[in-house]
Design a protein around this ligand. Structure first.
Ligand code: PLP
Length: 476
């Protein structure tokens, strides 16, 4: 197959050698014969002719095995914050792998990249954080949160505080605890979840629950569901509350500005630990190092993954505020928890270089001051399209709703019959025409690499508009 030229290399990347040709159908046959994919209906995948094979990335662009170039509007899976093709991250990993590819942090040992990364994260995180526990993924980070929170309350002499409150439609991962902490009905329906000790309250979705209220009023009301749940369970029963600053996988649900401060107030009032799941929102996605800074919340634990290495290699972890860390350190003894790859030297080396790039290129500030506002204006413009009912943006995350008929507010208008799968149809057009968006029902989402320039935002928006037209034409 012929391959399109990669175009102008973005800062920090070098031009690649001529790409090899791939036999897409042979790869698809092997894929179908042997590979079980995450969150995939394999019968449907077969029916559509097999998986798209991604072979290469550079900056905000990906190439598939047929040489087709697409804008990666989703940063892989919300993670490639510094963009593809960063040789310096690969070099840092290579250096570490040839020096010390692995050693564990059990048994009174440590390693250089893990120490340096722990210290750097303590510097970047909000001031209450001085300590970090490393994992390999966001799911493991949230499992760690659950075990650590329970251990904390045990050590505090309140073992009856063992319930964690989360929210419907939250996403916190796919392990038993992660999927249970999450509030995805489809996940709970498979395998008897949630596990005991996890309860859910409503999500702060103004569109879903806020009719007849101002956004500010709704934020207070939605946070109040936490207080109601605490009182229902008994105040001494609740160990922690966990939430994503902005719900990602649930459909880019941006809470009203009143929500997180009120959640913080309620947690303080009842002595409940506050956990911010920053697996998506951390490392610049919302124009702050951590999303909780933008939301006006002061968490006790932060789970992170994805953007810490921009996905170049798996790494996650939990930042632990001193209030909790000092109890575990001084009174906790052994915490019988840890992973072979906790503090993996190659992953930590990748993270150090990734964070150097985020800092040196001022990518977090750029999202706050330049590209985030530009994306916001662009998505606001898209609401002039006949299919787009509503659009909202926070930093470099945006969502828009496809509607049959627009209303005067987010609460009226007419939705599509879900059986039409309009979101999936739209997503198909997007991919065929060079931009990756995600569909959550009829909500279309982007979370592009933080390196995306204004010109590239324009290029993405132009393609999105074109594909909205195609989707609109399909419906007539
Ligand atoms: N938490 C949030 C908010 C996420 O978005 C994700 C993944 O998308 C996870 C946790 C789970 O992370 P992982 O897939 O690395 O286990």
């Amino acid at each position: 197959a012929m391959h399109e030229a990669p175009g102008a290399a973005t800062a920090g990347t070098t031009a690649r050698a001529a790409p090899e040709a791939y036999d897409t159908q042979a790869l698809q046959r092997l894929d179908s014969a042997h590979y079980l994919h995450p969150f995939t209906d394999h019968a449907q995948l077969r029916a559509r002719g097999g998986a798209r094979v991604m072979v290469r990335g550079d900056g905000i662009y990906l190439w598939d095995s047929d040489g087709k170039r697409v804008i990666d509007g989703m940063s892989g899976l919300w993670c490639v914050n510094v963009g593809y093709g960063r040789d310096s991250i690969a070099d840092a990993m290579h250096r570490q792998a040839t020096t010390l590819p692995f050693y564990n942090s059990f048994f009174n040992t440590t390693n250089v990249p893990a120490v340096r990364l722990a210290a750097l994260l303590a510097e970047l995180a909000p001031p209450q954080f001085r300590h970090v526990f490393f994992t390999t993924s966001g799911s493991e980070a949230n499992d760690t949160v659950m075990r650590m929170v329970r251990r904390y309350w045990d050590v505090m002499g309140q073992p009856q505080r063992d319930v964690i409150v989360s929210r419907h439609n939250a996403y916190h991962g796919s392990t038993m605890a992660g999927a249970s902490l999450g509030g995805m009905a489809g996940m709970h329906a498979q395998g008897g979840l949630p596990i005991p000790g996890i309860v859910h309250i409503g999500q702060p979705s103004y569109a879903e629950h806020g009719q007849g209220m101002s956004e500010a009023e709704f934020g207070i009301k939605a946070a109040g569901w936490l207080e109601e749940k605490i009182l229902e369970l008994g105040p001494g029963k609740v160990a922690a509350f966990i939430g994503e600053p902005v719900q990602g996988a649930g459909g880019v649900i941006i809470p009203p500005p009143t929500y997180w401060p009120e959640i913080g107030r309620i947690c303080d009032k009842y002595g409940v630990l506050l956990v911010s799941d920053e697996v998506i929102c951390g490392f610049g996605r919302l124009g702050r190092w951590f999303g909780c800074e933008l939301m006006g919340a002061t968490p006790d634990l932060i789970s992170f993954a994805k953007g810490v290495t921009s996905g170049y290699v798996p790494l996650g972890g939990v930042l632990v505020a001193e209030r909790v860390a000092q109890v575990l350190i001084e009174k906790g003894g052994d915490f019988n928890h840890g992973f072979t790859y906790s503090g993996h030297p190659v992953a930590c080396a990748a993270a150090l270089e990734n964070i150097r790039i985020l800092r040196d290129e001022r990518l977090v500030e750029r999202v706050a001051q330049e590209t985030g506002p530009y994306l916001k204006a662009g998505f606001a413009d898209l609401t002039s399209h006949p299919l787009v009912g509503h659009a909202e943006t926070c930093g470099m995350v945006a969502g828009l709703d496809l509607v049959r008929r627009k209303g005067s507010s987010v609460h009226d208008g007419e939705r599509f019959d879900p059986s039409l799968a309009v979101g999936m149809v739209c997503r198909g057009h997007m991919f065929d025409n060079g931009v990756i968006m995600r569909a959550v029902g009829e909500r279309m989402i982007v979370a592009p690499p933080l390196v995306m320039t204004r010109a590239q935002i324009d290029e993405m928006l132009e393609r999105i508009r074109f594909c909205l037209d195609l989707t609109h034409a399909d419906l007539r």
